[in-house]
Write a new protein. Structure first.
Length: 138
């Protein structure tokens, strides 16, 4: 069995963002030479997320509105922010949207369903963060 590891570094100019990282993951899969296996994509920061969904701007806006209702930004709303932080909402949003995804690799391609894409969700941006891409297989 072979494995390949890559770190994708991201720094969004805005606090909240949804970035389609499917092309970067596909490029790493191509580079790995692995034809059959699994690809793990993991947000390596506690205020960012990796998830799979449709690349449609209305849906992304819906995610933002929904997440803000569930975990609204606000310094005075959370115990975590009493430590001097202001990002408790980002931790909660990350928990809701998920830490990582695993995608099957079949015949050298990500085996995604129709319309599925891999996204990086940023909930406390404007600083450098990384995403792990780990591919294992033959």
């Amino acid at each position: 069995m072979k494995s390949a590891t890559h770190y994708l570094w991201l720094n969004t100019p805005q606090k909240y963002a949804f970035l389609n990282i499917t092309p970067q993951v596909e490029a790493q899969l191509d580079q790995s030479g692995i034809k059959e296996g699994l690809c793990l994509v993991n947000a390596m920061h506690i205020t960012s997320s990796v998830f799979i969904n449709d690349d449609e701007s209305g849906l992304h806006k819906d995610f933002s509105v929904w997440l803000e209702k569930l975990a609204p930004f606000g310094k005075d709303k959370y115990q975590h922010n009493l430590t001097g932080e202001d990002n408790a909402d980002a931790h909660l949003k990350r928990t809701i949207m998920g830490r990582e995804v695993v995608v099957a690799v079949t015949q050298g391609k990500l085996d995604l369903g129709p319309w599925e894409q891999i996204f990086y969700g940023e909930f406390d941006g404007q600083r450098k963060k990384r995403v792990l891409i780990k591919i294992i297989g033959e």
